[in-house]
Ligand binder design. Structure first.
Ligand SMILES: Cc1cc2nc3c(=O)[nH]c(=O)nc-3n(C[C@H](O)[C@H](O)[C@H](O)COP(=O)(O)O)c2cc1C
Length: 274
């Protein structure tokens, strides 16, 4: 069997898959025959599944994205713009978490959803290192504070050093403003040589934080940990990313303590149409 198989009885020879394919590797010779994969198409195929998704007749299957593994889009589940906007606007950075662990199964489920985020050339190389042990997370926050103390001492003129004293003194008083005593932490990473890796990580986690909302989970990007993890060896070792991987902004996650009742406005957008 080739990489693409087409059911000749179902196929209407309408050329929809041919026009849709982003790498133009499907061709339609004439109106009688079903579309075919071009020679060498296997190498150029992105495995994006557009050909399977776009066929209204369910005629096309891909070896790596079989038709049976592609459920139909349910019309009843479609949501309107108002709901989309409310979902997006009601997501907040949560910095107060309930004293309740986040189940590994839920994290797994969210990561599975995050896989549907786009990735450059559909590479899908993002991996996730997840911490669900509060003590360990506190240790990571402590190491970030150690890094801040080091930066302050060695490079007092650094612009980032401005907010560090406050965070350090809060920590010394027992308050974790680095990882907010979060019950879980997700560090997404991608291979160093993957050009789009950092963007892919960010988009995946942005999907994940939206997907977390219906379960009452809140998230917050861990900017302070991000900085420390770039250079602080003890932290790198404690996080232990997959070999050859680079991290980008990690994400705290936990059951949100606050409830929000309003949707604050943002700055007006600055747009230039040309
Ligand atoms: C890249 C990035 C890094 C961030 N780092 C932190 C952080 O280290 N600590 C924190 O409390 N919030 C952090 N935030 C959250 C922002 O402060 C927050 O998104 C912003 O104030 C808007 O609030 P909202 O997310 O509730 O809409 C970060 C957000 C982003 C996108």
């Amino acid at each position: 069997m080739g990489m693409i198989s087409i059911d000749g009885d179902k196929c209407k020879r309408d050329g929809i898959c041919v026009r849709e394919c982003p790498t133009a590797i499907i061709k339609l010779k004439d109106k009688e025959s079903v579309p075919q994969l071009m020679r060498g198409g296997d190498e150029s195929c992105l495995r994006c599944g557009h050909c399977v998704a776009v066929c209204p007749h369910g005629a096309l299957s891909h070896r790596d994205i079989p038709l049976e593994a592609c459920p139909p889009i349910e019309k009843d589940l479609k949501i309107g713009l108002e709901r989309v906007v409310q979902l997006l606007r009601s997501r907040r950075s949560v910095r107060l978490f309930k004293d309740k662990p986040v189940e590994k199964e839920i994290v797994q489920q969210l990561i599975k959803i995050a896989r549907y985020a786009p990735t450059g050339s559909n590479m899908q190389l993002v991996e996730y290192t997840v911490f669900t042990d509060r003590k360990k997370i506190r240790q990571l926050a402590g190491m970030t504070v150690d890094w801040m103390k080091y930066i302050q001492e060695k490079f007092p003129g650094e612009p980032t050093a401005v907010y560090m004293p406050m965070i350090i003194s809060a920590w010394d008083m027992g308050f974790d403003s680095v990882l907010r005593s979060a019950p879980a932490l997700i560090v997404a990473s991608a291979p160093k040589e993957n050009r789009n890796g950092m963007v892919d990580i960010s988009i995946a986690l942005a999907y994940l934080e939206l997907a977390a909302l219906p379960s009452g989970l809140g998230t917050c990007w861990a900017g302070l940990l991000q900085g420390a993890l770039l250079s602080w060896d003890p932290l790198k070792e404690a996080i232990g990313l997959p070999t050859g991987h680079r991290h980008h902004y990690p994400m705290m996650i936990g059951y949100a303590k606050p409830k929000y009742y309003r949707l604050p406005e943002r700055k007006p957008p600055r747009i230039t149409f040309k």
